[in-house]
Design a protein around this ligand. Structure first.
Ligand code: SF4
Length: 348
């Protein structure tokens, strides 16, 4: 079997920052219960590991006792939730990814300028719920081109579209083209709202997938960007499987054991789950690993303001903590084999 590890894969800067925020809040308040509003990131293992450390995940702020400590997840929240936290006297630390915050800011700005906003994304996803909450009176969600005829448009010349950060670039292009066909004067966001991490992981699958028999995506079923990676693979005609971890491997997927398999991971999936999958596959079938570098990522985000203030109050220099996505080192012990090659296909 030949395993190709897509690079980049797994944790993005926003997820790394959000996880580190919870990690640090646990350390800063060792005697307090830490609450997190929604899953901090959409990954069963990440959430489970925090639950085992005593963190309580809630779907409503009413579940957090007055005066308690709450972290808002990476997907963002509506202003109404922020207001509720203030009214309840909660210590709130916002781990929203700055790239989600950017879309919120665009929604606020366009609404102030009198635009109607068409928000392309999945209606029930927490990110869309949060962005919609910035300008609910002038925003409509578009999930599919079929939604377009039922939109209520007051002035087709005062219209802008924004998107969820984790959409499939393929699907988004179809919806955006349909919007442009229906409303030729529709304004675009100043830069793509689909984030760098989503775009890079999808591009890697699009580039490497065609030379593989199967694409395995490590990620949870409720992780939008992980699901999108399987769709990108299927769009180029390569079968794809989404799994939380190696326990979901099915040997029937590998009829010869000599397959070429592309392994990638959604932006919220920890790398140790990728390594475990490699160990399992190579332990059963033998073979080699190659890491394929498509993009270097060096994006990093500073801790959120509320956490920086708490750290300063406790005499900790917030600048000493920067969150960075680092390309994992492949070791034989962890992955079952060292890479044959680290080969390029950079910057498609
Ligand atoms: S996937 Fe993109 S928007 Fe979402 S947390 Fe990561 S960097 Fe931020």
């Amino acid at each position: 079997m030949h395993l190709i590890l897509a690079n980049p894969r797994g944790f993005c800067a926003g997820v790394r920052m959000a996880i580190d925020v919870v990690d640090q809040v646990i350390g800063l308040f060792p005697d307090e219960t830490i609450y997190v509003y929604h899953e901090i990131v959409h990954n069963r293992h990440v959430v489970g590991r925090f639950v085992r450390r005593g963190v309580i995940f809630v779907e409503s702020l009413a579940e957090v006792p007055s005066g308690g400590i709450v972290v808002f997840s990476a997907h963002g929240i509506s202003p109404a939730v922020r207001q509720e936290a203030r009214e309840r006297g909660l210590t709130a630390i916002d781990a929203t990814c700055p790239l989600v915050t950017k879309v919120h800011a665009e929604a606020v700005r366009y609404a102030r300028q009198g635009y109607q906003i068409l928000l392309v994304g999945h209606k029930n996803h927490q990110e869309i719920v949060g962005t919609l909450g910035e300008a609910p009176d002038v925003t409509q969600v578009v999930e599919r081109p079929q939604d377009i005829p039922s939109l209520t448009i007051l002035d087709p010349e005062k219209l802008v579209y924004l998107t969820q950060t984790t959409l499939s670039t393929d699907d988004a292009a179809v919806i955006i083209n349909a919007l442009k066909a229906a409303f030729p004067k529709i304004k675009e966001p100043p830069s793509s709202d689909i984030c760098y991490a989503t775009t890079n992981r999808q591009t890697a699958v699009r580039q490497i997938g065609p030379e593989c028999d199967l694409v395995i995506v490590i990620g949870s079923k409720n992780s939008s960007n992980s699901v999108r990676l399987t769709e990108i693979a299927e769009n180029i005609g390569v079968p794809a499987r989404l799994m939380d971890d190696a326990s979901e491997l099915d040997w029937g997927w590998f009829p010869t054991g000599n397959e070429r398999v592309l392994l990638t991971a959604g932006a919220s999936a920890p790398e140790d789950l990728v390594a475990e999958t490699c160990r399992m596959l190579l332990g059963r079938f033998g073979g080699t690993i190659e890491q394929r570098d498509i993009f270097d990522e060096d994006v990093e985000f500073a801790p959120p303001g509320a956490l920086r203030r708490i750290m300063e109050e406790k005499g900790i220099d917030p600048q000493s903590r920067r969150f960075r996505a680092v390309t994992p080192t492949i070791t034989g012990d962890l992955y079952g084999a060292v890479p044959l090659t680290v080969s390029a296909g950079k910057g498609a």
